[in-house]
Ligand binder design. Structure first.
Ligand code: ATP
Length: 308
């Protein structure tokens, strides 16, 4: 491994008349953590299942290391399915050893890896317990261990953070960063956008089966303009409403939070504020991924055939 990326190129998928994916493209580069975000039903799970090969696309191609992904290459993907596919009655250690052996590791390697991940993910006291007797969060740790136990060259994780306590979130984050640092492309879906923003090198936003934005968070949020916080105690209500490229987001007493289009002139805003009297605060704030997401999801025209 080291320089191999996973490419999703023009993937389309219908379920009957329902278009689930319509030409979805993005790449997850070697060594990067890629956050895949989108509303419920936008197509994340479908995309991941197609990348893994458990579902066939109607059109498009999945490539690994520049070549159409083979069955062999797919066995090197560590996958965490949304439906969480563990054997409920099997014990944690046995299950991980079994899965590692299934991927071709020797008995010794399988044991060593299983024990390593059990320790790393804080499951040592649970290693002899049946999976079904674990809490949901601990089952999820086992599910991550299952995705990692065969030393995968790619990680595809469907909502790995959902339902985890803050400590488990930290462990999961550290493990994903570590795997990426070894050159593995890591893609995961999540609705926890603050976490995605903090953790990921790049993100992709999918809406109704189409990618609406892909790139580093800072780049995407920068392109979307910024927020301005202005405190002008003498300003009358609505002082900023008519300024070009400005949208008033919130007013708290003398403080206004303004949304600035990329074309808007912040100095003109400052001049307008000063024209009302003193200005005691004037600061730019970067937009968050959550705000960007809301805009991206709200602004796109509805897909053909989609009902409100
Ligand atoms: N087996 C199926 N049969 C019919 N429609 C399906 C099937 N699986 C998914 N869909 C539809 O395809 C679309 C995409 O679903 P998908 O599960 O990929 O979304 P998602 O982004 O993972 O959503 P969530 O965040 O809720 O998990 C949805 O409209 C869904 O209803």
């Amino acid at each position: 491994m080291g320089d191999k990326s996973l490419e999703i190129d023009g993937i389309s998928k219908r379920y009957g008349a329902k278009v689930a994916l319509d030409g979805v493209s993005f790449d997850v580069r070697a060594g990067e953590l890629f956050g895949f975000v989108g509303s419920n039903g936008a197509g994340k799970t479908t995309t991941m299942r197609i990348a893994l090969g458990v579902l066939a696309a109607d059109a498009g191609e999945v490539r690994f290391d520049g070549k159409p992904i083979t069955h062999e290459a797919r066995t090197h993907i560590g996958y965490m399915p949304e439906e969480r596919g563990l054997y409920p009655k099997m014990k944690v250690l046995d299950q991980l050893v079994y899965l590692a052996e299934l991927h071709g590791l020797s008995a010794n390697e399988a044991h060593r890896n299983a024990e390593n991940w059990i320790a790393r993910l804080g499951l040592s006291e649970r290693r002899r317990d049946e999976v079904q007797k674990l809490s949901l969060g601990n089952q999820q740790r086992v599910q991550l261990a299952a995705a990692l136990v065969h030393d995968p060259g790619v990680l595809v994780l469907d909502e790995p953070f959902s339902g985890l306590d803050p400590i488990a979130v930290d462990v999961m984050s550290a493990v994903l960063r570590e795997k990426a640092a070894t050159g593995v492309p890591v893609v995961f879906s999540s609705h926890q956008l603050d976490l995605v923003e903090r953790l990921c090198d790049r993100v992709g936003i999918i809406r109704s089966g189409r990618m609406v934005a892909t790139g580093p968070v800072a780049e995407l949020t920068g392109r979307a303009g910024s927020k301005l916080v202005v405190t002008a105690p003498s300003a009358p209500p609505g002082w900023a409403a008519a300024l070009p490229g400005v949208r008033v987001l919130e007013n708290h007493g003398p403080t206004s939070v303004l949304d600035l289009a990329p074309s808007a002139d912040d100095q003109a805003v400052l001049a307008a504020a000063l024209a009302t009297g003193p200005v005691t605060e004037f600061s730019r704030q970067r937009r968050t991924l959550t705000e960007l997401f809301r805009d991206a999801v709200a602004e796109q025209p509805r897909a053909e055939g989609e009902t409100a």
